[in-house]
Ligand binder design. Structure first.
Ligand SMILES: *[C@@H]1O[C@H](CO)[C@@H](O)[C@H](O)[C@H]1NC(C)=O
Ligand SMILES: *[C@@H]1O[C@H](CO)[C@@H](O)[C@H](O)[C@H]1NC(C)=O
Ligand SMILES: *[C@@H]1O[C@H](CO)[C@@H](O)[C@H](O)[C@H]1NC(C)=O
Ligand SMILES: *[C@@H]1O[C@H](CO)[C@@H](O)[C@H](O)[C@H]1NC(C)=O
Ligand SMILES: *[C@@H]1O[C@H](CO)[C@@H](O)[C@H](O)[C@H]1NC(C)=O
Ligand SMILES: *[C@@H]1O[C@H](CO)[C@@H](O)[C@H](O)[C@H]1NC(C)=O
Ligand SMILES: *[C@@H]1O[C@H](CO)[C@@H](O)[C@H](O)[C@H]1NC(C)=O
Ligand SMILES: *[C@@H]1O[C@H](CO)[C@@H](O)[C@H](O)[C@H]1NC(C)=O
Ligand SMILES: *[C@@H]1O[C@H](CO)[C@@H](O)[C@H](O)[C@H]1NC(C)=O
Ligand SMILES: *[C@@H]1O[C@H](CO)[C@@H](O)[C@H](O)[C@H]1NC(C)=O
Ligand SMILES: *[C@@H]1O[C@H](CO)[C@@H](O)[C@H](O)[C@H]1NC(C)=O
Ligand SMILES: *[C@@H]1O[C@H](CO)[C@@H](O)[C@H](O)[C@H]1NC(C)=O
Length: 648
């Protein structure tokens, strides 16, 4: 499967050499960024596994990961009556999430279970439990139905909702009203995923895979069999609180006309552009007299915020109660999915103005904003959906996931390196995301300021130099001999010391050649290598050009200029501008928008930076802690809330 892909690469690379004159920065050692490459996409999806914050920015999941829930993990299930759950049903990792979903009815019961052993799970990334039309459900649907063509046209609620009760009920026989059962498709998905495990003999009560992990506002578990000895019942409590007295019931009809139902769905689900017209009615359960309804929703939000993980470039814990097995990841960006990959490349080329080699050509109309275009590029992963899975792609997916799940089950260590690739990708994001943002800020300060005052200019170049040096420090040895006359040669990107640093930098996480890598690890590692290559081939030249500028003009503390002559102003301005452009494009290529977005100003103690997470009403600004008010704000655009500040 990989061979045609590699041949394709070679052919297009040769063509591009014919067509485009290459400058220093686009030689084979420093290739231009390829925006058609799957590497930054695979990398970001891998890095973000089990992290609430980045997965909220990029809801359409692309990874299916075998995983483990450790022993002694608490699992919570709330129900609106006193029955034992059927199978499969859902668990939350946090009691507040279970309570927020089903805990505030007149007869709510909370069942607490605790795992008796390590339990295998299968994790779908993105907002895979959010009932939205933005691609959230696609990876599960395509996994269950083999191909995109077979997946339900309505990805959220399924295509054939049952009449409920069929043909009426005992008091009203023969009624032909179609009553919508909102969670019908959810139960069908849960059963389908559990059946896959059962049919493939990958698990059952007490052994192997017994659960599916998904995320909406927090992480949840589809538990395949509640009679499994793998999790024991710890408590079963009636958590209903006394009703509020004297509250006027809201004036909603019990059975709403269609347009009302639609309004309600719109309100709850958000992003409904692709929702097919439906004429189902909705049975509304008001619960207007329930205490803790609002408080329960807030606490659910707070508990989900604890699993934000990496946010604003600062490492966080994510959903630490699940451990992914990074030897067995499956990615929908895998080039082995030939038709899906082809469709993605074609779509991106058109949508984001790319050449056939994947080079970004900039906005088609010169009047259109570069900043806007860079934002679009940076967010491109939001718009990539698993919707072109052909039959061969589907077969590859099904067998790859099955094989990898089985390999993780039998502990076939010989096929795995033992390297934690998810942690490796997180290390890279931790090492580079904030410093890149800072470098960009420093460079844009130079490009927008007046360059006449030598003291100020020297200080600004010094800051850029310090940061650029930090990026290359572990890999770079200064050339032994250089004078002003040979400075440009000594610090050229093609000089021996530069090329040696480049190799070290790119390979900063490369395992020894004898390391065995599974098929999955080979792809994950190749995406990591591409990301490091992009970082190093962009940052090393920035370091080198800054060194030349510095050594030529600012290095002698006693003799640096008091004013900057105009030729030097021009040079500094040109150097910084091209450096800034390179950093901007690198940041857009990486697409770590989630890490460059945060609440501004930052939160104080007790506050939580809020992003809209389904199903909490979208558009929250900031939750200011117990006893305070939510600031509600509805938006339908990209789910970057008001009060958040996004760069670039
Ligand atoms: C960029 O990546 C795409 C998709 O992997 C590939 O088809 C293309 O050949 C690459 N371009 C270059 C110049 O390698
Ligand atoms: C209990 O609640 C569940 C979940 O809503 C529902 O499916 C089930 O029918 C209820 N059982 C009874 C006896 O009411
Ligand atoms: C759950 O496990 C029990 C006991 O092994 C079995 O009888 C039952 O059929 C299983 N239920 C499902 C839904 O697989
Ligand atoms: C998906 O493909 C597998 C393997 O060919 C087959 O066993 C299964 O029945 C298919 N499922 C559906 C829903 O078509
Ligand atoms: C039966 O249907 C009627 C009208 O559709 C409804 O008012 C009634 O509540 C239903 N009864 C039950 C037990 O669901
Ligand atoms: C239900 O539908 C059937 C067939 O369309 C029709 O014959 C019957 O009269 C309908 N019943 C009611 C109560 O509308
Ligand atoms: C649970 O508690 C609520 C409130 O006290 C009560 O109305 C309900 O009947 C109780 N449920 C059961 C099954 O005892
Ligand atoms: C919904 O109902 C309206 C009015 O009764 C009708 O015009 C429309 O075709 C129906 N839509 C569907 C999808 O059935
Ligand atoms: C592509 O070109 C169009 C038309 O100029 C522009 O609106 C859009 O922002 C560009 N997008 C990118 C990613 O370059
Ligand atoms: C340059 O800026 C520094 C720091 O702001 C200031 O002290 C100095 O007077 C300025 N020099 C000139 C020539 O304006
Ligand atoms: C390079 O030239 C500058 C002035 O143009 C001088 O201050 C500096 O000492 C020279 N550096 C070397 C290494 O010769
Ligand atoms: C919602 O956002 C808009 C646009 O930023 C702002 O003008 C408005 O004041 C906000 N509304 C609330 C209630 O915060």
């Amino acid at each position: 499967m990989l061979i045609p892909f590699l041949i394709g690469c070679l052919i297009t690379a040769v063509l591009s050499f014919d067509q485009q004159p290459l400058t220093d920065s686009t030689t084979s050692h420093y290739p231009r960024l390829n925006f058609s490459s799957s590497s930054p996409l695979i990398f970001h999806s891998t890095f973000a596994l089990l992290q609430q914050w980045p997965n909220t920015f990029f809801p359409a999941g692309h990874t299916i990961a075998p995983c483990t829930i450790p022993p002694n993990t608490n699992l919570y299930h709330a129900r609106p009556n006193n029955t034992f759950p059927p199978s499969p049903e859902w668990f939350a990792f946090d009691s507040a999430m279970a309570y927020g979903i089903r805990g505030t009815t007149a007869d709510s019961h909370l069942l607490t279970f605790r795992t008796a052993k390590a339990v295998k799970c299968l994790y779908f990334d993105g907002t895979s439990a959010a009932l939205q039309y933005d691609g959230s459900m696609d990876s599960q649907n395509v996994f269950l139905h083999n191909t995109s063509a077979e997946a339900p046209a309505d990805p959220v609620f399924g295509d054939h909702p049952p009449r409920w009760p069929p043909g009426g009920n005992s008091t009203n026989p023969g009624s032909n009203e179609t009553v919508w059962v909102p969670l019908y498709a959810e139960y069908a998905r849960a059963a389908g995923l559990c059946n896959f495990i059962k049919e493939k003999n990958l698990g059952g009560p007490g052994w192997g895979y017994e659960s599916i992990i998904r995320m909406d506002e927090g992480f949840e578990v589809i538990w395949c069999n509640f009679s499994s000895p793998s999790a024991g019942l710890v408590s079963w409590l009636n958590v209903s609180a006394p009703a509020l007295i004297g509250v006027t019931p809201p004036k909603f009809p019990r059975r709403r006309p269609d347009h009302m139902a639609n309004t309600f769905i719109e309100h709850r689900v958000g992003l409904m552009d692709e929702r097919p017209e439906r004429n189902w009615t909705y049975v509304y359960l008001p619960g207007y007299d329930r205490p803790f309804k609002e408080a329960g929703a807030k606490e659910w939000f707070r508990t989900a915020a604890k699993t934000y993980g990496f946010a604003g470039g600062v490492p966080g814990r994510g959903e630490a109660r699940v451990k992914t097995d990074s030897c067995g990841l499956f990615s929908f960006y895998d080039p082995a999915l030939v038709d899906q990959s082809h469709a993605r490349v074609v779509y991106n080329r058109k949508q984001f103005n790319l050449s056939s080699d994947g080079y970004w050509l900039g906005p088609k109309n010169s009047s259109d904003s570069r900043v806007t275009a860079l934002q679009q590029l940076s967010l491109r992963r939001r718009y990539m959906l698993d919707r072109n899975i052909s039959e061969p792609d589907g077969l590859y997916m099904r067998s790859a996931v099955e094989d990898r799940m089985r390999a993780m089950l039998s502990g076939e260590e010989s096929t795995c390196s033992g390297i934690d690739w998810v942690e490796t990708s997180r290390t890279i994001v931790a090492d580079y995301s904030s410093p890149l943002y800072d470098l960009r800020s420093l460079l844009s300060r130079i490009t927008t300021s007046s360059l006449t005052n030598a003291t100020i200019v020297r200080a600004q170049v010094d800051l850029v130099r310090g940061l650029a040096h930090q990026f290359v420090m572990p890999y770079y040895e200064y050339p032994p001999h250089f004078a002003n006359a040979t400075l440009h040669k000594a610090f050229s990107p093609e000089s021996p010391s530069s090329l040696a640093a480049l190799v070290r930098c790119k390979n900063q996480h490369t395992p020894a050649p004898s390391t065995p890598l599974s098929t999955s690890e080979t792809l994950t590692f190749s995406s990591i290598l591409s990301v490091l290559s992009a970082l190093c081939t962009t940052l090393l030249p920035i370091f080198l050009s800054t060194e030349i500028l510095w050594l030529e003009h600012f290095n002698n503390v006693k003799a640096y200029p008091t004013t900057i002559p105009s030729f030097l102003q021009t040079r500094i301005s040109e150097t910084s501008t091209s450096q800034l452009e390179a950093v901007d494009e690198l940041m857009a290529w990486l697409g770590w928008t989630d890490q460059w977005t945060n609440c501004e100003p930052g939160c104080s103690v007790g506050q939580v930076c809020a992003i809209p997470m389904w199903p909490v009403p979208i558009g929250l600004e900031r939750y200011r802690g117990p006893g305070s008010h939510w600031q509600l704000n509805r938006t339908n655009g990209p789910r970057v809330a008001n009060g958040l500040h996004a760069e670039p």
